[in-house]
Write a protein that binds this ligand. Structure first.
Ligand code: ADP
Length: 488
């Protein structure tokens, strides 16, 4: 059966990315095409997105007033590895999206004050598209991602433009929920019954994520462990009650990685491409990486970090453990940006340990590839991690993941305990609870493993042979869509 799916999201690789959400949304159309499904992606018309549509993009629809703003729906193509690309719809509303800065905030990182309007309008438009308001476009199912697309499902449910389609919402990170004051409700153009406990109301205000979770036919998140964890207050962040109430409709599907982009044998960013059979070639990448970060050669492991520098990612605890990491013979190359205090903290650690710690503040995709190829172990000490992608890249590149046992990290890395090592299935190091001592112990254990070269190579090879391509996950989404659209 061929299904037409409308995927609604605020970012997608290769057009606009702030995190793993974009990787997933960008990869889904190709992953679903393998199952005979056609996915159309709908994005807001940020400058970076409309710029890819050419001088005279095809206009599919016009709104005189979308929450007060004139808007158009433009047609385009999106694709990473596929030649032709997949169908793309862009909501061109210059008053809302055509501005310098990031997708959610200005260049200084401050959220846009009108984000409520930007993503409500985006949701209203997506609901219109799903409801058949645009001639020539018809869909069988809507897949919304995160709070920015949540309102699409609320508009479908409470103010439908046409038939209400089956829907899925995927939570990529429960920490971002889109909360606003109740005073905005009249501006949303929803009927009064939407402002209810089983609607968009949240503790007297409005929550865009809740709007989506309460309205979707099914809820998914990006790993089975995170799907369980968000039933609890520490992870559900206020929405655990809703998740528990809909428990039988919540499931976890681990993200895949795009094997065409993340393949050490053919990665154009690398000094020396390599395979699991020729791990010796990693040495040239390691030397290049040391030179790039001003690090000395050493006989201990070269740890890498590619991360947002935030509390979620446990970067404060890593900073505390930096002296220990160096003390046991490790070196650290860190690429990231985020909290100013963490950025300056890591700069200070690098100054304390010249030649042992190198820090690059910023976002650099090509450098992240070079780090995975030259580093020995990638550190992901997250306090919570819905799925996590960098540990999967680490596995693919023979850069052994050292991770906290939470969410997708728990589901994708097999700890090198004695039993797993004897069975030859271990792929990394896990530790429980993100605190100085647990992380310090994990670092020590990693250094000990590294000093047994044959055991370390087994870890690297087991990781490289693990399959985290989109094959399995694409099938899981395809099965879910089918289960929602097959008529009894
Ligand atoms: P999150 O979405 O919570 O930030 P994920 O691990 O799911 O975490 O995805 C992060 C994505 O962003 C990965 O593709 C990672 O490689 C990339 N990334 C994060 N920080 C940087 C950086 N400073 N430079 C390059 N890529 C980065």
């Amino acid at each position: 059966m061929s299904l037409n799916v409308l995927s609604v999201a605020s970012e997608a690789v290769p057009l606009v990315k702030t995190g793993g959400l974009a990787d997933v949304v960008g990869a889904l159309p190709e992953a679903l095409a393998a199952h005979g499904m056609a996915m159309t992606t709908m994005l807001p018309g940020y400058l970076a997105v409309t710029a890819t549509l050419g001088k005279k993009p095809k206009v599919l629809h016009k709104w005189e007033s979308l929450l007060g703003e004139p808007a158009r729906l433009l047609a385009g193509k999106i694709g990473i590895s596929s030649g032709e690309g997949h169908a793309l719809l862009v909501l061109d509303a210059p008053g809302l999206f055509a501005r310098e800065g990031g997708p959610y905030g200005d260049a200084t990182g401050r959220d846009w004050a009108d984000n409520w309007k930007r993503f409500a309008a985006f949701g209203r438009a997506a609901a219109d598209v799903a409801g058949g308001a645009v001639k020539g476009l018809s869909f069988d199912l809507v897949h919304a991602h995160d709070w920015q697309a949540g309102m699409a499902l609320a508009y479908q449910r409470f103010a439908p433009a046409g038939p209400v389609l089956p829907s899925v919402i995927t939570i990529h990170n429960m920490a971002f929920q889109g909360h606003y004051g109740a005073d905005l409700f009249p501006a949303l153009g929803l009927p009064p019954q939407a402002m209810a406990i089983d609607g968009i109301e949240y503790h007297g205000g409005i929550s865009f994520l809740k709007a989506g979770l309460a309205s979707a036919s099914r809820i998914t998140t990006v790993s089975p462990s995170y799907a369980r964890e968000i039933r609890e207050p520490g992870f559900g962040m206020g929405l655990e009650g809703l998740i528990r109430a809909r428990e039988s409709e919540v499931s976890g599907i681990v993200n895949g990685i795009d094997a065409a982009v993340w393949n050490p044998a053919s990665d154009p960013a690398l000094k020396a491409p390599f395979t699991a059979k020729a791990l010796g070639k990693r040495a040239a990448n390691a030397r290049a990486l040391e030179a790039e970060f001003g690090l000395e050669k050493g006989d201990g492991p070269l740890f890498i970090v590619i991360s947002r520098l935030t509390w979620q990612k446990g970067m404060d605890v890593l900073l505390e453990a930096a002296d220990h990491l160096v003390g046991i013979g490790g070196r650290l190359a860190l690429l990231g940006s985020g909290d100013a205090a963490l950025e300056s903290g890591f700069h200070a650690a690098a100054a304390r340990h010249p030649g042992r710690i190198g820090v690059r503040i910023g976002y650099d995709e090509a450098l992240s590839h070079r780090m995975l190829a030259g580093g020995d172990a990638i550190l992901v000490p997250s306090r919570f991690e819905p799925c996590g992608l960098t540990q999967l890249y680490g596995l693919a590149y023979g850069c052994v993941p050292v991770v906290s046992r939470t969410g997708g990290l728990a589901d994708t890395v097999i700890d090198a305990n004695l039993a797993a090592r004897l069975a030859g299935v271990a792929t990394g190091v896990q530790f429980d609870g993100v605190r100085y001592q647990t992380l310090a112990d994990a670092l020590t254990r990693t250094v000990q493993l590294f000093r047994e070269p044959a055991a370390w190579r087994r870890l690297q090879r087991a990781g490289m042979s693990a399959d985290f391509s989109w094959g399995n996950s694409g099938k899981a989404y395809a099965d879910l869509y089918k289960s929602l659209t097959v008529k009894p």
